[in-house]
Structures are given as structure tokens and as C-alpha cells.
Design a protein around this ligand. Structure first.
Ligand code: GAR
Length: 196
């Protein structure tokens, strides 16, 4: 049976677009919702233009009450009844209360070679450390930040003269390859790790 996928975004949604575009033909999944914590996220309009239902739950309206924000977000997600939840540039930390019911069914893409550089400013940290390579990781989400079982990684050599933005751009290209590949396999029930 076709799997239903909801995607959570906070910004431009370039990964979301690649995921949506990949879910055609004999792909085992279809996107049923794109939701954001920011009503102004550019990706929402892009999703709507592709004919995908969208929802926004503004986290600023729930200042200081993360569980209430998450409950409102969960209720929007429930309406779409997804089987799989994909975080794609979703920049809110999720509590265990939100994550646990989704464990084993929620994926995230993170712009580093985890377990290195959990959290923010991943490219700057890789450059500062003098790492010869950077990259991105798709992993299952667990309550610990950027920490779940790894489903795939793509590696990118660091070039002499790289800046945070030049490296981020090259890693993003690889994110766009990796995430759709991992999602397709995952939706087929295959958890074998992909390395690009
Ligand atoms: C991507 O680089 C993604 O890996 C990163 O945000 C960007 C979103 O871009 N995610 C994180 O940093 C999560 N901690 P996009 O909106 O164009 O897909």
C-alpha cells in the first residue's frame, strides 16, 4: 500500500521540493502534507504550487509552552494521517512527548556527518576543525537531538578556500540526492544504510 508522507519545514524547503518531486510513478509513497512552524516559510507556497496541502502552526503563538505548540502541530499532522514524517529543514527542537509516538517513522536530514556537529553552524564548525570532508546525514529521529540510527550519509570534500556558504551549497546538492534515495528505500521497508 502507498505510504503517506508529511514533511515539516521552517524555511525555503528545497529538500521538501526534492522529496515531493521524487514521489511519483511507482514510488512507494506520496506527500499528503507540508507543515511549518512559520506561516511565512517560503516552502509553504512552493508546496501549495505543487498541489500539496499545507498547514502552519506559528510557534511564536505558544511562547514558553513547547508541548502546546507540539500538540497543535500534531493535530494538523493527524488530519493528514501520514505513515511517515520527514523533517526537512525543520528548525524547532521537538520534545520526547512529540517524538516518541513517531519513533521508527520519523526521518531528519542534518547538514553534517553525524555524530559530528549536532545542532547548528555545522559547516563553520567543520571548517574551523580543518576537516578534510563534510556532508549530510539522514537519520531516524529519537528524543536526543540529531542522534538516531543513521539511514544514509553523503560525503563532500572540503576545497581549499571554502567558506561556510560555498561548503553549505555543495552539501545541499548532496542532501537533494540523498534524502529522496533514503526515503524511497525506507518507504519500501528497507533500512539498509546508503552511503554516497
Ligand atoms: C538543510 O541544509 C538541512 O540539512 C538543514 O536546514 C537546511 C534546510 O534547507 N537542517 C538542519 O540544520 C536541521 N538541524 P531547505 O529548507 O532548503 O531544505
Amino acid at each position: 500500500m502507498t505510504k503517506r508522507v508529511a514533511i515539516l519545514i521552517s524555511g525555503g524547503g528545497s529538500n521538501m521540493i526534492r522529496l515531493v518531486e521524487s514521489m511519483t510513478g511507482d514510488h512507494p509513497a506520496r506527500c499528503v502534507l507540508v507543515a511549518s512552524n512559520d506561516p511565512a516559510a517560503a516552502g509553504l507556497a512552493r508546496a501549495a504550487a505543487m498541489g500539496i496541502p499545507t498547514a502552519a502552526v506559528d510557534h511564536r503563538a505558544y511562547k514558553g509552552d513547547r508541548p502546546a505548540f507540539e500538540a497543535a502541530l500534531q493535530s494538523e499532522i493527524d488530519k493528514a494521517a501520514p505513515d511517515i514524517l520527514c523533517l526537512a529543514g525543520f528548525m524547532r527542537v521537538l520534545t520526547a512527548g512529540f517524538v516518541q509516538p513517531w519513533e521508527g517513522r520519523m526521518l531528519n536530514i542534518h547538514p553534517s556527518l553525524l555524530p559530528k556537529y549536532k545542532g547548528l553552524h555545522t559547516h563553520a564548525r567543520a571548517l574551523e576543525a580543518g576537516d578534510p570532508e563534510a556532508g549530510c546525514t539522514v537519520h531516524l529521529v529519537t528524543p536526543a537531538l540529531d542522534d538516531g540510527p543513521i539511514l544514509g550519509q553523503a560525503r563532500v570534500p572540503v576545497q581549499p578556500g571554502d567558506t561556510e556558504s560555498s561548503l553549505a551549497a555543495r552539501v545541499l546538492e548532496q542532501e537533494h540526492r540523498l534524502y529522496p534515495m533514503v526515503l524511497e528505500r525506507f518507504a519500501r521497508g528497507d533500512r539498509e544504510r546508503i552511503d554516497l
